[in-house]
Design a protein. Structure first.
Length: 223
């Protein structure tokens, strides 16, 4: 997977919008659902918080929400931390560097946007989902977005075409992405997602976003 360190972390904010069709829409549609399901004083666990985009977007929707920004990359979280300081959000955010283990938090909702597709389906995806579940209250929603297995044999080509034509991805960038489709991602099918969520104590996923290869689901933790 990409390392999300050094220059990869520094260039992330410029790159990501060229790689994920509907990146802004994904964040906006996720925030809309949190806005109508959470109380004023909710705590939101953000897995793979990266440079802080998820939290910066959500913080605009409700001034009472608190956040846990978790990531395994110190460089991404350092950028996020600086962004939170610049925007006056630091007192609303707990930074968590490293894996979450056991039930440290009891969040009201969790986000895991564009993260799980980097985790191998050798038990590691199930383990991450299980850990998210342990840190989420019963009935709380997980919002999960990933590159999925393609629905057609032309979906990946169409995605690269879209990224180049509409989002300004360069030829070199498209070449890297084509390579990463094979080497860096562990996309799963919708059926496998249903299996994994059922195995880890979640209810059936409900699709709320799809743009070419990327899908997002709202998934309630079982009672
Ligand atoms: C593509 S970025 C997404 C960042 C942010 N959610 C967004 O929407 O812009 C993926 C992030 O997931 C982090 N990551 C990768 N594997 C992870 C894991 N197993 N647990 C937590 N974070 C992980 C990376 O360090 C990186 O910051």
């Amino acid at each position: 997977m990409p390392t999300f360190t050094g220059d990869e972390a520094l260039s992330y904010d410029k790159r990501i919008g060229k790689l994920v069709p509907g990146y802004e829409l994904l964040h906006h549609t996720t925030a809309a659902q949190l806005s109508v399901t959470l109380d004023q004083d909710a705590t939101i666990l953000v897995i793979g918080a990266g440079t802080g985009k998820d939290i910066i977007e959500l913080a605009k929707h409700n001034a009472g929400w608190q956040f846990i920004a978790q990531d395994i990359s110190a460089d991404m979280l350092a950028i996020a931390d600086q962004n939170f300081t610049n925007l006056g959000l630091s007192d609303r955010v707990t930074i968590h560097l490293g894996p979450i283990k056991d039930a440290i938090y009891q969040a009201d909702a969790a986000l895991c946007l564009l993260v799980l597709h980097f985790v191998s389906d050798n038990g590691d995806k199930a383990e991450l989902l299980k850990q998210i579940g342990l840190n989420l209250r019963a009935g709380g929603q997980l919002f999960l977005a990933d590159l999925m297995q393609p629905d057609t044999d032309f979906e990946r080509a169409a995605q690269l075409h879209y990224c180049q034509k509409e989002l300004g991805l360069t030829d070199a960038g498209a070449q890297t992405m084509r390579h990463q489709f094979q080497e860096a991602f562990y996309p799963i099918s919708g059926a496998r997602l249903h299996e994994l969520t059922s195995l880890t104590g979640f209810c059936s996923p409900s699709l709320y976003f799809k743009a070419l290869g990327f899908s997002a689901h709202a998934i309630a933790k079982g009672q």
